[in-house]
Design a binder for this molecule. Structure first.
Ligand SMILES: Cc1cc2nc3c(=O)[nH]c(=O)nc-3n(C[C@H](O)[C@H](O)[C@H](O)COP(=O)(O)OP(=O)(O)OC[C@H]3O[C@@H](n4cnc5c(N)ncnc54)[C@H](O)[C@@H]3O)c2cc1C
Length: 416
């Protein structure tokens, strides 16, 4: 019997890749997903998981599941020949790193996301933690616990305890802000009871090179966030230029050496090596793959490449730039699945949703279409967003159980 299915190759298993493969018709398409990661992290829930609100199994989902008849390959695409419709790939296992294999496709969908942006700051890769996947969240939880245990060792001076318990978050965007908020909650509740001898010693500082924080919100909500952090003793250091990060300190142009127990680096995105090396048109900033409003990839010569699409953080639409968010990635993935399943022909149109950030202690900010929210109502909006980000009913139930346990008995803060 003649083959009627198109061979679809999806590069990446993040929000874009996973949403796409769960919406693409498997009767019409023979789908293969290739990614170094066998899971999809629920990034909006990572800060809470790092600080003990959620169990780590709740904040990611395996790419493979019983009801999905698509193939998964744990590997990385290295190069793509858009003319021959083939990719050179390698397995993503340290003991197989010299192996290579080739994959052919009828349609390729590029969703390799981005990497952490360090701006080349010395010492960041070696000494700071990031917050991009579950392994990062686990490391943060471990290192926070280590700081408290080191500060509790016999013979520690007051100054050593203050230094070990000074936590620096670099980046005043929603990720850095939510992590600071969650750390603040963790210290004020669960850790205050566990480490009564260290009471009043933990401190949190958010550093940002920009003159303000939460630049995606308007000035009124930014001021509200600043006042809320100030009330809780979280220091916000704007226009701070970090020169280097060492194991026990950061050095800034403005304030010199600042001792710290842990630096968490949340300063945004840079592009992957794959995107950098592709023979496609790239945006000047970041850079990202340029597509038209049907998500089709432009070649370097401004011609549309045959059967190649791109979405998620790694791509942007020509003259209609959108932010690097899961919201955009998922909407584009649903749109593209509809196009490929049914031959839908209208261009992609983004539906702007409310932007939400948690500030700690049941406080938050929401920038909505019609009106903004602050305080407890914003916190409730943020929590309900947490709920909707999870995909299975099992996870939804356990998210609600985690909220109830947090309220009744505090957080599960055992290091991993
Ligand atoms: C802590 C945090 C909190 C966030 N909170 C929110 C939020 O509340 N709301 C919101 O809308 N957005 C949020 N975001 C942003 C959101 O997570 C991203 O926009 C989203 O993950 C982008 O999806 P993606 O599929 O493009 O990329 P990713 O999710 O980064 O996935 C890319 C995938 O491609 C794989 N890959 C990379 N290179 C290759 C290669 N060469 N070959 C094969 N596979 C490859 C990667 O391993 C990964 O699996 C948050 C991000 C972070 C880090």
């Amino acid at each position: 019997m003649a083959r009627t299915q198109h061979k679809v190759l999806i590069v990446g298993s993040g929000w874009a890749g996973s949403t796409l493969c769960s919406n693409l018709s498997t009767t019409k398409h023979d789908i293969t997903v290739i990614s170094p990661s066998p899971t999809t992290p629920y990034t909006p829930l990572l800060a809470s998981a790092a600080c003990g609100l959620y169990d780590f199994s709740l904040v990611e989902t395996p790419v493979r599941h019983e009801s999905s008849p698509f193939k998964f390959i744990q590997g990385k695409v290295r190069t793509i020949d858009f003319e021959k419709k083939t990719c050179r790939c390698r397995p993503f296992f340290s003991d197989l790193e010299d192996e290579r294999f080739e994959l052919s496709y009828d349609i390729i969908i590029l969703a390799p996301g981005c990497l952490n942006q360090t701006f080349g700051t010395p010492g960041v890769l070696e000494n700071a933690c990031f917050v991009r996947n579950v392994a990062d969240a686990m490391l943060i939880r471990q290192r926070v616990a280590d700081c408290f245990e080191k500060a509790s060792l016999p013979g520690r001076t007051e100054q050593e305890q203050h230094d070990l318990l000074h936590f620096v978050i670099v980046g005043g965007g929603p990720t850095g802000i939510e992590l600071s908020a969650e750390l603040c909650d963790l210290f004020k509740h669960s850790f205050a009871k566990l480490y009564p001898h260290l009471k009043a010693k933990p401190s949190i500082a958010i550093h940002d090179v920009a003159p303000n924080i939460l630049s995606v919100f308007d000035a009124k909500l930014q001021d509200y966030a600043l006042a809320s952090f100030s009330k809780r003793g979280v220091e916000v250091v704007t226009s701070s230029h970090i020169q280097r990060v060492d194991a026990d300190s950061i050095t800034t142009v403005e304030h010199g050496r600042i001792p710290t127990g842990l630096v968490i680096w949340a300063t945004g995105n840079r592009c992957t090596r794959l995107v950098e090396s592709l023979p496609v048109k790239l945006t000047p900033r970041l850079p990202r793959i340029v597509t038209d409003s049907f998500l089709r990839v432009y070649g370097k010569d401004e011609q549309i490449l045959p059967d190649a699409y791109a979405l998620g953080d790694a791509a942007d639409i020509q003259d209609a730039s959108l932010p690097t968010t899961a919201e955009v990635a998922c909407q584009k993935a649903e749109y593209l699945a509809k196009c490929l399943n049914k031959g839908h022909e209208a261009p992609f149109k983004y539906q702007q949703k409310a932007v939400v950030a948690y500030l700690g202690q049941r406080d938050g900010v929401v920038a909505g279409d019609e009106h903004n929210l602050t305080g407890q109502r914003a916190w409730m909006a943020w929590r309900s967003k947490n709920f909707w980000w999870t995909r299975s009913w099992r996870q939804k139930v356990f998210v609600v159980v985690a909220w109830a346990l947090d309220w009744l008995v505090g957080r599960g803060i055992a290091p991993v």
